[in-house]
Write a protein that binds this ligand. Sequence first.
Ligand code: ADP
Ligand code: MG
Length: 600
Amino acid sequence: MNPRYLVLALILLLGVAPLLLPPYYVTLLNYIGLYTLVVLGLVLLTGVGGMTSFGQAAFVGLGAYTSAWLTTSEQLPAWLAWASTSPWLTLLVGVMLTAGVALLLGALTLKLSGHYLPLGTIAWGLSLYYLFGTLESLGGHTGVSGLPSISLFGLLLDKGEKIFYLIWAFLLMAILITQNLLNSREGRAIRTLKGGQLMAESMGINTLRSKMVIFVISAVFAAISGWLYAHTQRFVNPTPFGLNMGIDYLFMALIGGVSSVWGALLGSSVLTLLKQWLQDWLPHLLGDSGNYETIVFGLLIVLLMQRAPGGLWPLLVGWLPKRFKARSRGPAVDASAPPLPRREQPQHGQQVLEARHVSRHFGGLVANNDMNLKIHSGEILALIGPNGAGKSTLFNQLSGVDTPTSGEVLFMGRKINGLSSRHVARMGLSRTFQHVKLLPEMSVLENVAIGAHLRGHRGILAAALHLERREEAMLLNEARLQLERVGLGDCLHEQAGSLALGQQRILEIARALCADPCLLLLDEPAAGLRLKEKQALGILLSRLRSEGMAILLVEHDMDFVMGLVDRVVVMEFGQRIAQGLPEEVQKDPAVLEAYLGGME
Ligand code: ADP
Ligand code: MG
């Protein structure tokens, strides 16, 4: 059964709910809708992006107060008077203001790491809350009353069961937009934020931009929820926009399951209903009044976090009969999509990369000392040496992940010292990692499509409205082609994390190829591969070479290197101790010494 039917059933139920339910329950459903809209933003921000925000309630307040002030104030400045005529115009102002504030706060806080980011969100959450309570024009702690109702197509939404439809329409739209966005090129970039930022930057993704995007989207969702709230209540005061509510929103996200869009709906339903019932029933049970519900609720949360740290949604999906579950993981591929345009490749034999006297010091440790090497198009150069010789460090200097302490790196004739890995990727350098870096829960196909990030151009808006189908089909088809090229054509829709380690390395090569590079940097690509797989890898690399690719690879396996590569550079203790043809290097006494010493 297609899960779409479940969504359709939900929409039908929602359609008849206000007609059948008593007003009390309609009001509850309104709250659930309003909360879910905010929590949806948290799913994006925290669940997908890995950033915890305690400050979402403040954005709700911003949306609510903007509209409250504009629709009720007697002394609006003349240039704003146009906005006071309709709540729809104040929504526009509220959304723009919130997006502006979010951009500013994001620029200030999103670079913070670890616990500083959540602390930062608490700080501005509190500031905005106190601002609402302090400004006299916003009514101080008593707030603003007498807000007009929203009217839609001439219909005044002045009752709970009328505005119900508007709230849920906004929510369903937001869910649709979020899902579209996550299943797009921009969405894949966003999904790398949690645990894959170094890799993402190496694929040309601007991770700070992606963070900013979801930060602003989540703030705008919250502001819309605030606007709807303000015109449902027709009254605002600061209380619902404080830190307590910010924490409750996070709880809802955690209860439902922070990594799923539907978890947001489940979480806010459970929290809202549970709080309501506890509030109603506990005084009966305990024969006393008091804030028992908060205490019991706290205990329940702790229990839930213990038992189901992923939230309730994954549990629920686990209980569903098989036929309700989505059949395939990730998007389908259209093999007839036209190919992506290719980069202009350098002439065969042209120098692509040169390291000149590159040194890298880590405090007193000299990890690279005066390293020199050159790579040409149509050539495979192996960088070998015992463990700790400095090979991976040199890779980082060459690919913009790190900056040399001294010396120069030239790529395609341009000095790239100090350029970010993102820029270097754009110029045509693509790499794999010694310790595989992929997104284990994403499908193989989508992981590889991350490599094609720079070959797509459609932005957030096109993604949210799903207007980039053509480009998306081309990107996914490119990923499929590269996966077939490396021999992983059979596992397009498997979870990347379920592949064997050797296959994950091959996946990284496909991802690197997706960028259409002119230089490939492979850090120990054959590690963990079985003999057959190594042979296949050797054939693949030879074929790439004959197509004009320049390849630099770090490798331990001498047999693999010797039969394959054109030249070898040998490192020990951060220095080059030999270079030349494989057979020459193999006989070099210094190399034999280093290897027999280092490989034991
Ligand atoms: P290889 O890849 O050849 O095995 P590496 O380049 O990983 O070697 O490491 C070379 C040396 O530099 C090692 O002694 C390692 O501990 C050190 N090193 C690498 N990265 C860092 C870092 N970020 N900070 C401090 N020391 C480092
Ligand atoms: Mg290494």
